[in-house]
Design a binder for this molecule. Structure first.
Ligand SMILES: [Zn+2]
Length: 246
């Protein structure tokens, strides 16, 4: 695998630079025209806000802005925690937009419209910024290509963004249909919604998705143990080595 194709920070930078050199122009969901070579960068943050910050910094260096979609009701991270909110604020400070990554599976069909509105309100309270877009987390098939807006907002699987534009995703840590730059629609500069998940692009030393997640789990486990030590003296005294590097 060449640097250009690697799932790494350098690989992400090379991918975006390659698309820009090919004639793509980065746009927001709000002003992308499906008939133009417009590129919308979407990041769904499923696991790690810290990984998202790394990608946000790369994009700032490149002078482009993207959409970052955060989950509110995940067990993976907490947007309202000190570190979580700091990460979100860093992403915003780099000129990007924060949208709601919405897990519809947590709700009954007849309540998820209200639930989305409630989550949007909570996210706006946390960030102080207006939420303009929603993306579904692991959507069931019936939500793909759904025409209707959600809670009065546009969502990333509406036909304008999902059918009229080309769509590429790095789900599960690989490109299901080949590297984006190898696709005919991309070679022809068709408008493109590029969905990436920051977790797959950081931790450059692990190229395998499973070892990447193992590394993430190890880091989180250590962090949890440190928090236990900070919140419960006997635990901290029992494992003083946890704080050696602090
Ligand atoms: Zn997701």
């Amino acid at each position: 695998m060449t640097t250009n194709e690697a799932f790494s920070i350098a690989g992400y930078e090379a991918l975006i630079k390659g698309l820009l050199e090919h004639g793509y122009e980065v746009r927001d969901f709000s002003d992308a025209d499906p008939s133009q070579p417009h590129l919308v960068l979407r990041h769904d943050i499923d696991m790690s806000l810290e990984a998202a910050v790394e990608i946000a910094q790369v994009e700032r260096r490149l002078g482009i802005s993207a959409h970052y979609f955060v989950l509110l009701r995940t067990e993976m991270y907490n947007v309202f925690s000190k570190n979580g909110l700091r990460a979100v604020e860093t992403i915003l400070s780099h000129g990007h937009k924060i949208g709601l990554h919405f897990d519809a599976s947590l709700y009954e069909n007849d309540e998820f419209e209200d639930a989305a509105e409630w989550e949007v309100g909570c996210l706006q309270c946390a960030t102080g910024c207006e939420v303009e877009m929603i993306s579904f987390h692991r959507p069931k098939k019936s939500l793909l290509g759904r025409k209707k807006s959600l809670a009065g907002l546009r969502h990333a699987y509406q036909p304008r963004f999902f059918n009229e534009m080309a769509y590429c995703s790095d789900s599960r840590g690989h490109w299901a249909y080949g590297h984006p730059q190898s696709l005919k629609t991309v070679r022809e500069r068709h408008s493109l919604q590029l969905l990436t998940h920051p977790i797959w692009w950081t931790k450059n030393d692990n190229t395998n998705p499973v070892s990447r997640l193992d590394q993430f789990a190890d880091d989180r486990h250590l962090y949890l143990r440190k928090e236990l030590g900070r919140n419960c003296e006997p635990y901290g005294h029992a494992y003083p080595h946890l704080f050696d590097a602090d």
